[in-house]
Design a protein around this ligand. Structure first.
Ligand code: HEC
Ligand code: HEC
Ligand code: HEC
Ligand code: HEC
Ligand code: HEC
Ligand code: HEC
Ligand code: HEC
Ligand code: HEC
Ligand code: HEC
Ligand code: HEC
Ligand code: HEC
Length: 491
């Protein structure tokens, strides 16, 4: 009997414990229980809420709307005196979320260890500006996450899951009449273009590792692309792309090298943009595009160089390489200069030394090789004779001769030399000689003038010496004559 009563008590205790556990666990939300059984607009939130991270964490309808969720009576539950606030206004509804999510202590009391900075970030973002119809911010927590049925970002059903984000952002950004109200100059083609890129194609197939809107722009901290805080501000883009593209483990899964950022950083473009702040130099998107055309094929990517280096492209297209490269499918600029690690140019890239670009395709004996050697020799001769002429002019100047015009002409040869070096792109000796010929003239003129000035100086000095001697002799004779007159006078 005793045993039975102990067993009975034990069972009672266990049942009690289970019941108690259940009351704390999701499900015992009287607001939900009643609303679930209603119809229409007041039922929908309850159905959605059953599949919500907050519900799973034991948070009830009252967690946001206030009121008493432990009573099954409507009046008592939805009592304003018990803190029931009803439906929040569109303007203020985000406050419901922020009262937990911006409070570290509140979040920790639920055992949440994630970030509590979403509001801080959103507040400063472009999306928290006031909406055109004065209905609160352009986008608030609810715009992106919803109000009921909120899921963690990793849940494939979540509105912010990587496979859903494109649609979320596109809701506004692909709607021209909506976007017009805010920023008529802003393109509305991002989603359309993105879908044509490798990133977009893979994303549409459910790949969560490639880039979508949020991986390049951030989520809560989205700024205008001209804002230095933006992840796609020109100085920040390379870093943003490199989060993935320098990740050797990730890139190995796609058989793609992970060295682009490392090379780019040290390239003439990387140094110009990142170190010298030259906004004309390309970041990754300068060559790959922003949303589309991420990798449209070797030939088209090379064409991109021509958008900035138009003259080089124009000259290149005049020469024999254009057709030859097209037929052999050799990328145009890239085959000589490379792509990510482009170096500042030197004359060594011409000619037949080990650093020459030309010898990677041309061999001793062929026309290209001969042309390369001859171009380099002409350029070397011109630079050497320019140095020579410079020295003559320097000496003449030190002797006080007027060589201003000639010095100026030599200094101005910088422009001419740029043209000469650019003309290499035609890959034609005739054209190259045509460009370099005026250089030899200028140098010759300068050298001749320098030499003549020096000669003149010495010639004049010689004349001065002769006249000094003559004058001295005359003075001497005069002195003697005076002495004699003096003597005669005394006598
Ligand atoms: C016994 C049923 C019942 C309970 C319990 C109950 N509600 Fe309701 N609730 C209703 C009904 C019915 C309506 C629609 C009629 C109305 O607006 O008065 C409603 C309406 C609402 C609305 C919409 C109000 C509006 O202005 O349109 C909200 C929000 C709401 N309930 C939240 C809650 C919350 C939060 C709780 C728990 C603290 C709760 N309800 C508890 C039955 C209930
Ligand atoms: C995480 C916070 C949160 C929780 C929890 C929550 N709500 Fe809401 N609810 C909101 C917000 C925010 C709105 C306003 C949405 C809007 O403006 O579109 C809202 C709106 C509503 C509306 C009006 C819907 C309409 O279409 O007009 C009802 C009814 C409602 N909630 C009921 C409930 C019920 C019932 C529960 C529990 C089952 C619940 N809510 C739990 C945040 C919440
Ligand atoms: C412009 C859309 C947008 C707005 C507005 C927005 N979020 Fe998010 N939020 C996201 C996206 C997208 C993610 C998923 C992040 C990811 O996958 O990297 C996210 C993730 C989160 C997470 C998960 C933890 C984290 O930080 O990644 C929380 C919590 C969160 N948001 C809360 C909020 C709150 C609170 C607000 C309002 C103050 C808010 N969000 C406003 C888009 C938004
Ligand atoms: C009563 C406090 C509270 C309120 C109010 C609240 N949340 Fe939460 N929220 C939490 C807690 C706690 C979690 C973590 C749940 C968990 O551990 O899974 C959470 C989780 C989330 C997550 C998923 C986070 C992740 O890491 O995946 C998102 C998104 C989110 N909330 C958005 C919102 C939005 C939007 C609102 C307003 C409509 C809101 N929350 C209102 C407490 C709250
Ligand atoms: C691979 C990275 C990347 C992805 C993915 C991406 N963007 Fe962009 N986005 C950029 C860059 C880079 C810029 C331009 C920066 C500049 O102009 O200097 C930009 C510019 C923008 C702009 C400003 C207007 C414009 O078109 O120049 C908007 C709006 C925008 N993106 C929205 C989106 C949306 C919406 C998505 C998702 C469909 C998306 N972006 C996906 C990198 C990306
Ligand atoms: C509710 C509509 C809405 C949603 C959703 C939305 N945006 Fe926006 N976004 C706007 C509006 C409106 C602007 C323009 C604000 C302005 O310039 O005054 C803007 C501006 C931007 C800009 C700055 C463009 C520039 O350079 O001026 C970027 C980038 C951007 N959004 C990206 C995103 C991304 C990424 C998402 C998805 C996570 C997203 N937006 C979701 C409405 C939205
Ligand atoms: C979230 C990670 C991520 C970000 C951020 C990202 N990418 Fe990618 N990208 C990938 C992945 C993964 C692939 C491989 C897709 C494939 O080949 O199937 C890829 C493919 C590419 C390719 C094509 C490579 C090839 O040979 O197929 C180019 C080019 C590219 N990305 C450029 C960029 C640029 C430029 C940026 C920055 C504006 C950027 N990516 C940002 C993940 C990313
Ligand atoms: C000066 C132009 C230029 C810049 C700047 C540039 N790329 Fe490229 N990128 C190219 C060209 C050209 C190719 C080769 C296309 C081909 O051969 O098919 C390429 C190829 C790629 C590939 C394919 C894999 C590979 O290495 O061949 C990826 C990924 C890539 N780039 C990412 C980036 C990233 C990330 C950045 C910024 C850190 C960047 N690119 C900067 C021109 C550029
Ligand atoms: C056949 C090899 C070759 C090809 C193809 C080539 N270049 Fe060059 N490029 C050179 C050489 C060699 C020099 C250096 C000339 C010197 O300094 O003596 C040079 C110099 C340059 C310079 C610096 C001099 C100047 O013109 O300002 C730029 C910029 C340049 N190339 C861009 C391009 C672009 C853009 C393309 C594609 C249209 C291209 N190159 C294609 C070989 C090539
Ligand atoms: C967005 C414009 C832009 C694009 C696209 C671009 N460049 Fe440049 N490039 C520049 C600027 C600006 C400089 C000058 C950097 C400096 O030295 O200050 C430069 C410098 C160079 C130089 C060095 C010139 C020298 O005098 O040393 C070479 C070579 C070059 N680019 C080749 C290329 C090639 C090849 C491509 C395509 C694969 C390309 N560029 C794409 C803007 C661009
Ligand atoms: C990527 C390979 C490649 C590089 C690098 C290259 N060439 Fe060529 N070149 C060709 C091809 C292919 C032809 C077409 C005729 C042939 O097959 O020889 C050609 C033709 C020529 C011709 C015309 C030959 C004739 O018979 O009429 C000249 C001149 C020439 N190249 C000069 C140069 C110079 C100078 C350089 C270095 C600045 C250079 N090439 C670098 C591939 C290259």
């Amino acid at each position: 009997m005793k045993h039975i009563s102990i067993a009975y008590l034990l069972i009672l205790f266990l049942v009690g414990a289970i019941t108690f556990r259940l009351s704390a666990a999701p499900g015992n939300d009287e607001c939900l229980n009643c609303h679930e059984a209603l119809d229409g607009k007041v039922q929908t939130p309850a159905i959605a809420f059953k599949n919500d991270v907050h519900h799973a964490a034991g948070i009830t309808c009252a967690g946001c709307h206030g009121g008493n969720s432990s009573v099954s009576d409507m009046e008592e539950g939805m009592d304003k005196k018990k803190g029931y606030t009803g439906i929040p206004s569109t303007k203020e509804r985000y406050v419901l979320c922020v009262k937990c999510h911006a409070e570290k202590k509140a979040m920790q009391s639920f055992g949440y260890r994630g970030s509590t900075e979403q509001f801080e970030k959103l507040k400063s973002s472009v999306h928290f500006k006031n909406s055109y119809n004065d209905q609160g911010p352009i986008a608030d927590c609810i715009t992106c996450h919803g109000a009921h049925g909120i899921l963690g970002a990793k849940n494939p059903q979540s509105r912010v899951h990587p496979t859903k984000i494109v649609q979320l952002c596109g809701n506004c950004h692909s709607d021209p009449s909506y976007m017009q109200k805010y920023n008529p100059g802003l393109p509305v083609d991002q989603v359309m273009k993105y879908r044509t890129s490798i990133h977009g194609v893979k994303n549409a197939k459910g790949d969560t590792r490639t880039a979508q809107c949020v991986s390049c722009h951030g989520n809560h901290e989205i700024y205008s692309v001209k804002d230095p805080r933006s992840a796609v501000y020109n100085l920040n883009i390379a870093k943003t792309c490199s989060h993935c593209h320098s990740d050797t483990v990730l890139m190995a899964q796609y058989n793609i090298p992970a060295n682009q950022y490392k090379k780019y950083q040290k390239s003439v473009h990387g140094i110009a943009l990142l170190e010298k702040g030259d906004a004309a130099a390309p970041s990754c998107n300068g060559c790959h595009g922003n949303h589309a055309a991420i990798l449209p094929g070797a030939e088209s990517v090379s064409k991109v160089c021509g958008t900035c280096h138009a003259f080089n492209m124009e000259l290149f297209e005049q020469g024999p390489h254009k057709t030859a490269f097209n037929i052999k499918k050799i990328p145009e600029c890239e085959s000589c200069h490379g792509n990510h690690g482009i170096e500042p140019v030197t004359d060594e890239f011409l000619g037949t030394s080990s650093r020459s670009f030309c010898i990677s395709c041309h061999q001793a004996g062929d026309n290209g090789y001969k042309t390369a050697a001859e171009m380099k020799q002409l350029l070397d001769t011109l630079t050497a004779s320019k140095k020579n002429a410079d020295q003559y002019l320097d000496i003449a100047e030190r002797l006080g001769m007027d060589v201003t015009d000639e010095k100026y002409a030599l200094k101005n040869m910088k422009q001419l030399l740029i043209k000469v070096r650019t003309s290499v792109h035609v890959a034609s000796l005739g054209k190259f000689k045509e460009e370099i010929a005026p250089g030899f003239e200028i140098v010759k003129d300068a050298e001749t003038h320098g030499r003549k000035s020096i000669e003149n100086y010495y010639f004049r000095r010689k004349g001065l010496m002769v006249s000094t001697v003559i004058v001295s002799i005359l003075v001497g004779l005069l002195y003697l004559k005076l002495k004699r007159i003096e003597k005669e006078d005394r006598a």
